[in-house]
Design a protein around this ligand. Structure first.
Ligand code: ADP
Length: 649
């Protein structure tokens, strides 16, 4: 049935904006043809010839058209047969009842022409009829009257079609569909290949979502005990962690109609469209209930209301949100329609949206830990031809802070790198290169760089490496390179511990290591450069966070100026000018102290620093082993994380 409907729709001629152009062009052509109408007016002649014919008594009638200054000449019957007038018979394609003129000519000044005409006709025995008239072209007038309207309507239709996105591509009814929801429907007939098997890790989230599917499939199981089916679930987490993927898996497994759309699909230039789309969406979903609605990036409409007083133009979004709130839990409560929404900005969502009864459940989808990363690698390595002894534990350890999307990207990039090198299978090195590339950008081996700049970069990176090697809490080093990559000229790669809580000494050690680059330049060349910009940015941000967010400064004390409920447009500082001054002083004191600490460390190890920089200049890339050769084994042994038992399923 649905298919048939689709077919008939497709068979209809598609309305295209080009039709409007076609119609306009046709009208213009018509206008040209009919307004011109030259062939009806006879042969062109000159005034002197005309007076000659007049004197000969050939002229029966003269029509003087005043506005166009044209005179039309009608010959007598006898004259028409004369040899000289042989070609003057008007030829028309349209047979006309009225007689058509034989000649026409422009007479110039009317007064002069009239005088001459009168003088000539006075001498004639049979006087021709002389008529004066003004000529109007009806077609011109008509066209001039309606053309602006046609143009206006054309432009309007064109804009409407553009704005409604032409997504449906259907017939001209697009303009009237603007208030309809743009949700894509997946049901039994549409094949969604994603299943829960494709979602690695995320056990908790998966369980919750699976339960939602269960609610819809077997509602009695829950309602017989008096429970109510939840109305909605909100998937919250950083980008790329698999929220959309999870929803896709629901669509693939639920076997109930699944409406999918993005928050921005509600937004349109016209007032009231968003709300009407929400209504339409829920209407459709209710018709097909039990069903699921999935709204991706819900923050596009779900942003807290009334906070953007400045712009004043956000009523439309608020209306949309209000409509969504009422549809989810208003008087006309829906049965068996579950809304799943995803966002990475839960903090800016309206509280009313998150209250129980609407999005009853908030499912946190966090960045994966080592074990989850391994599982994600397993999923994405499935389609790849890889080396047999590929160490997945190693790969997942090398990718701290990577999201699921990053890992998918690493796998793909590794396959591309292997293909570029003409390999038969993707090996460990390809994966490491892919990780480097994703973190640092593309290698630029032939970037133009002077020897002295290269030396500065080498010492800068060696400074980072040396300081971090000497500090207990700095992240362990993996490698140091001075091959330009992305926007940086060199880099030291670390493998940060995945800490859940951070202590101040850990933060300070990291800041000291970050300042090691500039300190090395100062110690060796007694000069500093702009090369430390990104280090300084990082350090400043961290110091500010220590003081104003985490309450880690003695002078400011145990307080925070961070407000999780505040909108992002806060322009007023929650502290006095004096405190602002104190904060600034405290930040620069923290940074300065760490800088001095780095300088001192490097002064004491100047020879080792120089040795490392020389090796780096020679090899361009050095690893942990090279450092161990120079500095000896690192004294600080990393605390092993408490391993969780594997969940056996
Ligand atoms: P978001 O959380 O931003 O909606 P997506 O769900 O769109 O992220 O994830 C993007 C891609 O990342 C997915 O298409 C998938 O390839 C990969 N991905 C993310 N998380 C996972 C996961 N847990 N398991 C497998 N693949 C994942």
């Amino acid at each position: 049935m649905a298919n048939n409907k689709k077919k008939t729709k497709e068979n209809k001629p598609k309305f295209s904006p080009y039709w409007i152009y076609g119609i306009i062009i046709a009208l213009f052509l018509g206008f040209q043809i009919f307004s011109g109408a030259n062939y009806q007016d006879g042969n062109i002649t000159t005034p002197s010839d005309f007076f000659k014919y007049l004197k000969d008594g050939d002229v029966a009638r003269v029509d003087i058209v005043k506005n166009t200054q044209v005179a039309k000449v009608y010959l007598t019957k006898e004259a028409e047969d004369k040899e000289i007038h042989k070609n003057s018979k008007p030829e028309t394609f349209i047979p006309s009842a009225t007689k058509l003129p034989n000649y026409k000519f422009e007479f110039g000044d009317l007064q002069n022409f009239e005088d001459e005409l009168n003088a000539t006709t006075a001498t004639l025995a049979t006087k021709p009829i002389v008529k004066f008239n003004t000529e109007r072209n009806d077609w011109t007038n008509l066209l001039m009257g309606i053309l602006p309207f046609i143009l206006l309507i054309g432009v309007w239709v064109f804009i409407m079609r553009r704005m409604s996105g032409g997504a449906g591509g259907g017939a001209g009814g697009q303009i009237f569909n603007i208030g309809k929801s743009k949700a894509k429907l997946f049901d039994q007939n549409t094949e969604v290949k994603t299943t829960f098997k494709d979602v690695a890790g995320l056990e908790g989230a998966k369980e919750e979502v699976q339960e939602i599917v269960d609610f819809l499939k077997f509602p009695e199981k829950y309602t017989t005990l008096g429970g109510k089916i939840p109305k909605g679930a909100l998937l919250v987490g950083p980008p790329g962690t698999g929220k959309t993927l999870l929803a896709k898996a629901v669509a693939g497994e639920a076997k109930v109609p699944f409406f999918s759309l993005s928050g921005s699909d509600f937004v349109e230039m016209f007032v009231g469209v968003g709300a009407s789309r929400v209504r339409d969406l829920f209407k459709q979903a209710k018709e097909k209930s039990p069903s699921i609605i999935f709204i991706d990036e819900i923050d596009a409409i779900g942003r807290a209301r009334g906070k953007n007083a400045m712009s004043g133009s956000n009523d439309e979004r608020e209306n949309t949100l209000n409509q969504l709130l009422t549809e989810m839990d208003g008087f006309g409560t829906n049965t068996n329609v579950i809304v799943i929404a995803a966002t990475n900005r839960a903090d800016i969502l309206d509280k009313a949206l998150m209250r129980a009864g609407r999005f009853d459940r908030q499912i946190f989808v966090d960045l994966p830990d080592v074990r989850e990363r391994k599982e994600i690698f397993e999923v994405h390595l499935r389609p790849l031809k890889k080396e047999v002894q590929l160490d997945l534990d190693f790969l997942s350890k090398q990718t701290p802070g990577f999201s699921g999307a990053d890992i998918a990207n690493v796998c793909n990039e590794a396959a591309l790198i292997a293909a570029r090198n003409g390999k038969k299978a993707v090996d460990k090195q390809d994966f490491l290169d892919a990780v480097d590339r994703i973190i640092g950008g593309l290698e630029k081996k032939n970037k133009i760089i002077t020897p002295s700049e290269k030396r500065a970069v080498a010492f800068h990176e060696a400074g980072h490496a040396t300081v971090s090697w000497m500090l207990e809490h700095a992240a362990p080093l993996v490698k140091v390179t001075i091959v330009p990559r992305g926007r940086s000229l060199g880099a030291a790669w670390y493998l940060p511990e995945e800490r859940l809580i951070v202590r101040p000494e850990q933060m300070l050690d990291e800041m000291c290591a970050a300042l090691g680059g500039r300190a090395a330049e100062k110690v060796i060349f007694n000069q500093i450069s702009t090369g430390a910009l990104s280090d300084l940015e990082k350090v400043t941000k961290q110091a500010r966070a220590m003081v104003t967010i985490y309450g880690l400064s003695d002078k400011i004390g145990n307080l925070t100026y961070y407000d999780s409920g505040q909108s992002e447009y806060g322009f007023t500082k929650p502290y006095s000018e004096e405190t602002a001054e104190l904060i600034d002083k405290e930040i620069s004191a923290i940074i300065e102290k760490q800088y001095q600490r780095a300088i001192e460390l490097l002064e004491n190890n100047k020879d080792k620093l120089t040795e490392l920089a020389e090796v780096l200049l020679e090899k361009e890339v050095i690893f942990k082993d090279n450092l161990e050769k120079i500095f000896g084994e690192r004294a600080f042994i990393k605390e092993e994380p408490i391993t969780r038992p594997d969940i056996i399923s």
